[in-house]
Each structure stands twice: as C-alpha cells, then as structure tokens.
Design a protein around this ligand. Structure first.
Ligand SMILES: [Zn+2]
Length: 288
C-alpha cells in the first residue's frame, strides 16, 4: 500500500513489535503498521467481543468498568463542542460510538446526537439500555442521507485501514463549515519517543496508523479540512484501567486473568484520577 498522505511507495522499518512491523514514510513521516488487512478483516475485529474481551489481548478487557471516567471525559468534550459551535441546537454524529456514553452525555446539552458503531454488543447496549439512536455500520458503508453540524470520533481514526476514505466520508456527512472533532495518539510526543516500541498506543494490530501533529494536519488538508486547533487535554481514568495498560504495555504481561485480577480489584476500580502523558491529541478541524 502506498503512503496515504504522499503516495510514496517507499518506507523504512521503524520498529519490530512482536510479530508486527511499524514503518515510516521517508517522504512525509507518516508512521503506520505494515499490514495487508482488508477493510473486511478490520471490520471483523470489532463485530464481537471487542469491548469485553476476556481472552485476547486486543480490545478492552472490561470497557464497562471505565464508564464513570469515560462519561466525565465525554461531558467535557461535549461542552467544548457546544461552546465552539455556538448554535442553539447542534446535530452531531459520533463515529465509533461504542456503548454510546458520549452521545448520552451530549443529550444533557444542546446537542442532538446519533452514533454509528460496528460492534453488535455495543450497539445493542446503546439502543436497549440507553435508548440511543445508533446505526450498526462502519462509517465507510454508512448510507445516511442527513448532514451534521459536527462529527466526532474519539480514538477511532487510527483504526481505519483507509484514512482517506474515512475522511472523505466524514467530509461528505458534514454541512458547509461543519466541524470534525477527534482524538488520536501523537507518535511524535515526548512520551512516545521515550517509550520507543513500548509506547502504550502501539496496540497492534487494532491501531493501524500513528499520527503526529504534522502528519494529521497534512492528511486533513488533503481531504479538505483546515485544522483549527490541536490540544493535549487532561483526561480522567479509573486507576484500574491505568494499571491494566501499565501491566500490558510496560511490564509486558500477557495473562489476561492475572491482569484483570491485579488491575480491577475493589479499590482501583473505584478511584478516578486525572492523568496526562501529553501524547493524545484532541483535534478540531473545519470542512473547507
Ligand atoms: Zn508519505
């Protein structure tokens, strides 16, 4: 696959992480997983058990255990969107909405939010338990006719196997001057550089691309967006989740039962702390 930003055919090996190879484009600097996953293969990964995965070390061990912190972070982001857009009523589509906590928080504000999600379990949860409007689809296959004032995608774009196709679709679903808010890791952050191949966001093979301020700006420009801001906000996390990530990525533990036992005991499950490694970008881009 040619580089999605500059179409270069060349690449150089950056890291070998277990059986995976992470490559870098020598021309534009884009870092990505060297893979030949088809879009269908990628979709399969999310259909079942991604959000409550007791066996494999991909996906989340226990997504539901992080509900409180997720809702706190999502409400903060919804408020930011509300302030930035400033309309009386904002129509929003959340891509990769998972169990729908973000659109549920949006409903506390002036945002009419719908979601789109691939995981069957997550969609069922959002619809039946939270009574939300969630379409079961990949963004690239989505046939919705509506246009939205805002599209959001929290930690999603790095999972997309064809980021140009993904962004074209986002663009087509936005009204003129509509806004795209999203988060993704920054592979050129100090934390990433210090961690090398042990960086906690080298979640392979679910993460396919590793953007930086520079490469995400180029990619957005190529797909008719202008970057308004890139910030590194603080987020809340359950202590248990931070322990899970630490054990998996820094210690290198593979035994999911043991990780679960160590990370999600009564205390760590219930403590929420603000945390920031300044390696997650929150991007606001405008359709041009
Ligand atoms: Zn390139």
């Amino acid at each position: 696959m040619n580089c999605p930003i500059c179409s270069s055919k060349q690449n150089k090996r950056k890291y070998k992480i277990e059986k995976f190879v992470v490559i870098e484009c020598p021309k534009c600097g884009l870092i990505r997983l060297d893979h030949d996953f088809s879009f269908d293969k990628v979709k399969k990964l999310y259909k079942k058990q991604y959000f409550n995965n007791p066996v494999f070390s991909i996906g989340y061990i226990d997504y539901a255990a992080t509900e409180r912190s997720l809702r706190l972070n999502f409400l903060k982001r919804a408020k930011r969107i509300s302030r930035s857009v400033g309309e009386k009523q904002i129509r929003l589509l959340d891509v990769g909405t998972s169990t729908g906590y973000f659109i549920s928080e949006c409903s506390k504000l002036n945002i009419i939010a719908e979601g789109i999600e691939l995981s069957e379990e997550a969609v069922d949860f959002a619809r039946s338990r939270l009574k939300l409007t969630v379409f079961k689809s990949a963004l690239e296959d989505f046939r919705g006719k509506k246009q939205y004032d805002v599209i959001s995608a929290w930690d999603v774009i790095e999972h997309s196997s064809d980021p140009n196709k993904f962004l074209k679709k986002v663009n087509s679903l936005l009204v003129e001057n509509g806004k795209f808010f999203f988060t993704t890791g920054d592979v050129q952050s100090v934390c990433s550089k210090l961690s090398g191949k042990r960086w906690h966001l080298f979640n392979l093979p679910d993460h396919l691309f590793f953007y930086s301020k520079g490469t995400i700006t180029k990619l957005l420009k190529k797909n008719k967006f202008v970057v308004k801001s890139i910030t590194y906000p603080w987020n809340y996390y359950e202590l248990g989740y931070l322990i899970e990530r630490f054990l998996k990525k820094v210690v290198g533990l593979k035994n999911v039962k043991l990780i679960k036992f160590l990370a999600y005991n009564f205390i760590s499950r219930n403590i929420i702390i603000p945390f920031n490694l300044f390696d997650i970008m929150e991007v606001e881009a405008i359709k041009k």
